[in-house]
Design a protein around this ligand. Sequence first.
Ligand SMILES: Nc1ncnc2c1ncn2[C@@H]1O[C@H](COP(=O)(O)OP(=O)(O)O)[C@@H](O)[C@H]1O
Ligand SMILES: [Mg+2]
Length: 482
Amino acid sequence: MVKIKKIEDDAASLASLKPFRLVKFFSYSGLAVFLLFTLVLSWVISNHAKKVLLERSEAYAFVVAENLSHQVFQQFVLPTVVRYGKIALRNPEQFARLDSVVRNATHGMRIQAVTIFDSRENIISYSTVSTRIGRTGEGGIEYRKALAGENNSVVLSTGSLLNLLPGARPISSQLSTFIPFRQYQANNQKGDVIMGVIEVVQDLSEDVVAITKLQGSIILTSMLIMSALFVVLGFIVARADRIIDARAEERRRLEQQLNQSQRLATLGKMVASVSHEIKNPLGIVRSTADILGKRLKSVAPGNEHLAEIIVEETGRLDGIVREFLDFARPQELKMAPTSVNDIFSKILTFMAPELERQNIVLETSLAQDIPQVSLDQGLMHRACLNILVNGVQSMPEGGKLTVETRYEKTTGMVLLVVSDTGGGMSLEKLGHIFTPFYTDKNRGTGLGLAIVKNIVDSHQGTISVDSKEGEGTTFTIALPLG
Ligand SMILES: Nc1ncnc2c1ncn2[C@@H]1O[C@H](COP(=O)(O)OP(=O)(O)O)[C@@H](O)[C@H]1O
Ligand SMILES: [Mg+2]
């Protein structure tokens, strides 16, 4: 039965945890998906930017190359043919002229190099990069395409995002554009004869680096944002975990309390019925032993103490049974305005001989101006008696018992203070003394203070204890006037 209940409880707490775990899972996976999405997005953006850059650069290169081919034809080819009869770039004068035409035409434009290939053989007739001049076979497929009349271009790129790291090789990107070098007709229209191929090289490294940096910063920013979100989410989850744990703990505690009070209620009923059953036969045993004692006096003198032992022990048993009944019986308060001083006076008169026997000095300080308190006299008498008896029991070798009553105007409470100079209690013990059946006495029931607490609680009062091991104990009951 108990096991089944525990399983049900576990299932219930698991069920309440489930939605939270789902939320946790969705939040974390949502962040991961978002991160992945930004990575893909940054890749798409930078690729698109590179594509646009290439298209624009290519279009620009075509215009530059067309213009160049026109200039070279007009300002170099025509004048040279007129002057020398044919073009021979080995002639330094001709070369210098071509070079100056090319340089003038490309001056101030973002052009890295210009190369002119011959049409008959794949040979470089002119290049702004002097080491290339005269080389053969360098024009690849783009050269042949241009020779066939088609403008085209090729990109030579090295490096990626990783090349942005310090110490890595720098990113480089070059766009080589090839166009056919045509003869122009008199009306400046392009003719059909292709004399060679013009290659224009643009250095796009700077732009590509800028785009790659942009890609890097998108990735970095999104990673930073994501990690910040992860940290925040982590904090929230940890906090929620703590709250959930605390709630589960609180629920367990409440359940335990409930179980305990249920157990105590059942126990109380049992104790009440058993004690009740014992009380009557106990009375009969006691009175019979009394009679027996008197008879023994005449029949077997000197043995009366045997009967006295029975009477004494039944008396003690009766006390225990009464304590049990007091503890278990539901209390109906019969409230009436009462003087707390009277309660103490009655008890102390009754206890005086016992105190004397035990070498206990009594000191009383009962305030006279104290107002009457609405309380159940019988019960409060019982509570004070229990505390006083405990005090006496704590001083087997004698000591001082102090009883004090006081009215505190500020709080409107009447205080009943009982102090002894007995053995005192450790902190650990103090935590248990109000628990039913807690006792360290051989013949104790452990119910005295539990009963006191019940009575004080039912009067809306409070009870506090101050104790020092080896020095003594002070109990203070505070009661509202009612
Ligand atoms: N005045 C006191 N000085 C020292 N210990 C005390 C005092 N009052 C109570 N105690 C401790 O509290 C325990 C519980 O007291 P109580 O509930 O009256 O049960 P019992 O008197 O039957 O032991 C005692 O066994 C004792 O250890
Ligand atoms: Mg006691």
